[in-house]
Design a protein around this ligand. Structure first.
Ligand code: 0WD
Length: 256
């Protein structure tokens, strides 16, 4: 496949082989993209190197990046610029909230917990877009990962739902900012997928079974489906699409 041939794409947020970003990695690799990765932790990097070797995927670079730290973001993209020059796409697949705030009442969210969720899950897209656009001199695509809890009250999703609402609004504002440079910004809103992060949300199993009962397609969503949708949004196939939230949820969001 040559859809992404000679395209340098940065993928942020592969923690392990269940990560949504890993599904995206496989889709991009199969489409011929050159891949650059960022990890927060050294542990994730080692895991990633092993997964890449097992799947015969060559990384152009793996750089460390903690999205809660502006210096770390600036350094990461400088390093990426030095190693690959121009980039054509960015996948933002990171989020965080305190586990004890992903249950009970949203009204009990602490100021600190609120700011933390916003910082890692929403502001980080703003900060990485600012640095990535400097390297996106030929235009390209930025895609982030969101969830239905941004639009509706999903039990227990609480502070993360509010952070995802800010993330989706940021997609629209950023799309306006960088559209003039030929850069598109979109989000994929995935249905529930069992990953490390998902374990932190209480009642997650019920959310998954409801998809099988009620979603038009009556089946679970997996990392590969999100990977292919993300690939589409990053590719020239989606050249007319920006500021959009594309649901990859077996159609669940349309059902009352
Ligand atoms: O059901 C699900 N799993 C859904 C997830 C449904 C819809 C959306 N999403 C979203 C999540 O909210 C998140 O934005 O998809 C994105 C990816 O989540 P995931 O794949 O479910 O989770 P996981 O595999 O735990 O990856 C989260 C990443 C980890 O990657 P690294 O390799 O960097 O450790 O987010 C990372 C986390 O460590 N992360 C950070 N990365 C950089 N700086 C930070 C940070 N400060 N904090 C967390």
């Amino acid at each position: 496949n040559s859809l992404m041939k000679d395209k340098n794409i940065v993928v942020m947020g592969v923690a392990n082989n269940r990560s949504i970003a890993w599904g995206i990695t496989k889709s991009l690799h199969n489409a011929g993209a050159n891949l650059i990765f960022t990890n927060r932790q050294e542990r994730s990097k080692q895991k990633l190197e092993k997964m890449l070797a097992e799947n015969d995927i060559e990384a152009k670079a793996i750089v460390s990046c903690d999205v809660s730290d502006d210096d770390s973001i600036v350094k990461a993209f400088q390093e990426i610029g030095e190693k690959v020059g121009t980039i054509h796409g960015l996948v933002h697949s990171v989020a965080f909230a305190n586990r004890d705030e992903l249950k009970g009442e949203y009204a009990d969210t602490s100021r600190e917990g609120y700011l933390l969720a916003q910082d890692i899950s929403a502001y980080s897209l703003v900060a990485v877009t600012r640095e990535a656009k400097k390297l996106m001199t030929e235009g390209g695509g930025i895609v982030t990962q969101t969830y239905l809890g941004a639009e509706r009250v999903v039990p227990n999703y609480n502070v993360m739902g509010v952070a995802k609402a800010a993330l989706e609004a940021s997609v629209r504002y950023l799309a306006e900012d960088v559209g003039k440079y030929g850069i598109r910004v979109n989000a994929v809103s995935a249905g529930p997928i069992r990953t490390l992060s998902a374990k932190g949300v209480s009642g997650f199993n019920e959310k998954m079974s409801v998809i099988e009962e009620k979603a038009p397609l009556r089946r679970q969503i997996d990392q590969d489906q999100v990977g292919d949708a993300t690939l589409f949004l990053l590719s020239e196939m989606a050249r007319g699409v920006t500021g959009e939230v594309l649901h990859v949820d077996s159609g669940f969001h349309i059902v009352a």
